[in-house]
Design a protein around this ligand. Structure first.
Ligand code: 13P
Length: 249
């Protein structure tokens, strides 16, 4: 049995005060929840407020990106050393918005992933096809390529804490959700690729989350699929009640 991960990706939303307000409302709603792991990934600026608010609770706090060097002249970047110093051990890597708008490539995803795993983090590595790729019937090839490159020269032992998120780009922020069946099919491709790269046992334990317009209304159908091991939630995670409803699908 794979423990599900229900993770929030706040993207570029909320101030530190709004972060504290969210946790004040959210924590009591999920305080008795032990079935799944809960992770909230706010913007970097909100991490101290989130950590302080979530202290001693069943909610982990994660970052939305990390650089592959420990330090250096990399304006605007954040290192694992800095995140560890705060007490962060979860990080989203290779989100499609970083790939689309900030020049993230399969190779930089690989560098970030290696560094995060080396530092003992639980990385949530995002993969997913754009609409044109799906319409061209290229989804499986895209997922295989993204996985092969992201996992390049990483051993199964090193990858033990890896979590993958399947986020079809056409379903992000659009209100269009992949049907549970479409998502499960893509997850099976990713699991097969993980099995080829890391071995069958590793793949059978690998948690693969679904992301893309997950809402309280569709969470239970998605989470009901055996292949789906949790959710990475954008818009619907910004509201305490709505994210709690997803956690408790
Ligand atoms: P939405 O839930 O807003 O579609 O965003 C999904 C996402 O990108 C999570 O990382």
């Amino acid at each position: 049995m794979r423990t599900k991960v229900i993770a929030a990706n706040w993207k570029m939303y909320k101030t530190p005060d709004q972060t504290r307000d969210f946790f004040r409302d959210f924590l009591p709603l999920v305080s008795d929840h032990t079935r799944d792991e809960i992770v909230v990934c706010p913007p970097f600026l909100d991490l101290p407020a989130a950590l302080e608010s979530a202290k001693g609770s069943n909610v982990a706090v994660g970052a939305q990106n990390v650089h592959w060097k420990e330090e250096g002249a990399f304006t605007g970047e954040t290192s694992v050393v800095q995140l560890v110093a705060l007490g962060i051990h979860h990080v989203i890597i290779g989100h499609s918005e970083r790939r689309q708008y900030f020049g993230e490539t399969d190779d930089t995803v690989n560098l970030r992933l290696k560094t995060a795993l080396e530092a003992g983090f639980t990385p949530i590595c995002c993969v997913g096809e754009v609409l044109e790729e799906r319409e061209a019937g290229a989804t499986d090839d895209v997922l295989r390529r993204q996985c092969t490159r992201a996992f390049h020269s990483i051993s199964a032992k090193k990858a033990a804490k890896l979590v993958v998120a399947y986020e079809p780009v056409w379903a992000i922020g659009t209100g269009k959700t992949a049907t549970p069946e479409i998502a499960a099919e893509a997850h099976a491709v990713i699991r097969h690729e993980a099995s080829r790269i890391f071995g069958e046992e590793f793949a059978s334990n690998l948690r693969i989350l679904y992301g893309g317009s997950v809402k309280p209304e569709n969470a239970s159908a998605l989470m009901g699929q055996e292949e789906i091991d949790g959710a990475l939630v954008g818009g619907a995670s910004l509201d305490a009640k709505s994210f709690a409803a997803i956690v408790k699908y």
